[in-house]
Design a protein around this ligand. Structure first.
Ligand SMILES: [Zn+2]
Length: 283
């Protein structure tokens, strides 16, 4: 199944929805990282969550969804843009085997940072108090946007990397019957099995859940793994260091090595590669 996000709406209810599949992007994100199944699971769920959240952006920009805590999973982050290009990484310290979501993160929070191409950056934070990422995100929507939201996330790296999810959300300004309708639609969504979410085509999945409702699916958007690192970006970050310090580093190590935490690419710079940054001190 190709990586994609697809929106849908119910004709008779003021509820919108999205389904995301990202098996390939998940595979790319965990490749070259030696994550335990427990950590891979959270990274996969966070990837899907970010894709679902990105689809709610109404403008061009970037979004970062971060989990931070004092448990073995210090940090997990997924970065995305409005074109559904995503990358992510996790920092882990210590044993993770058999630990739950809450145990892995410990005392921590979920932070969502939205950076519009034109406009002010804003940040939303919610304390992690629930047993799963999806419930924490539902808390976030309840607190920050006051929109009833149901989120289902699944990820697994047991045999092959698989990650998928479903979001249901109330449209702003709803009428009186709405609460019952949302309950009804959410309860049906809760019956979806992990494997169905991974493997069923979206129209089949929606038919299986909502054959008594009229659901309209929009055109899908591809989801892709894309890291924004490059040799040029490394050089421009080195340019912020004083040339004397770069010379010291070169003297000490013979070269400067940089590593991208996201895609695990290594960048190697020798004196010749860095001449442009050192010209100031060479005469
Ligand atoms: Zn990279």
């Amino acid at each position: 199944m190709s990586d994609q996000l697809q929106r849908f709406i119910f004709d008779d209810y003021q509820i919108r929805g999205e389904i995301a599949h990202a098996h390939n992007s998940f595979s790319e994100i965990i490749k070259n990282h030696n994550y335990s199944p427990e950590i891979a699971n959270i990274v996969g769920e966070l990837l899907i969550a970010t894709s679902l959240l990105t689809a709610t952006l109404k403008f061009a920009g970037k979004i970062a969804v971060q989990l931070q805590g004092d448990g073995p999973l210090n940090l997990a982050v997924i970065n995305a843009n409005q074109d559904q290009e995503l990358r992510g990484t996790a920092r882990v310290e210590g044993e993770t085997k058999g630990l739950s979501f809450k145990q892995l993160i410990g005392k921590g929070h979920l932070m969502i940072t939205v950076t519009p191409d034109n406009g002010e950056r804003y940040q939303g934070i919610v304390e992690l108090q629930k047993e799963s990422l999806s419930e924490c995100l539902e808390d976030y929507f309840a607190q920050s946007e006051q929109l009833p939201t149901r989120i289902i996330l699944h990820a697994s790296n047991i045999d092959t990397p698989q990650a998928a999810g479903l979001l249901l959300q109330t449209l702003p300004a709803v009428d009186e019957d709405h609460d019952d309708q949302f309950q009804h639609v959410s309860a049906l969504a809760s019956t979806v099995k992990e494997d169905e979410l991974y493997t069923l085509e979206n129209n089949e999945l929606l038919h299986r859940l909502y054959h008594q409702e009229t659901v309209r699916l929009f055109d899908p958007t591809p989801i892709t793994f894309k890291c924004s690192c490059s040799k040029e970006r490394c050089l421009s970050s080195l340019a912020s260091i004083a040339p004397e310090e770069i010379l010291d580093m070169l003297k000490e190590n013979g070269a400067i090595d940089m590593h991208c935490e996201y895609c695990a690419t290594d960048y190697h710079f020798e004196v010749d590669d860095l001449k442009i940054l050192l010209t100031d001190t060479q005469h």
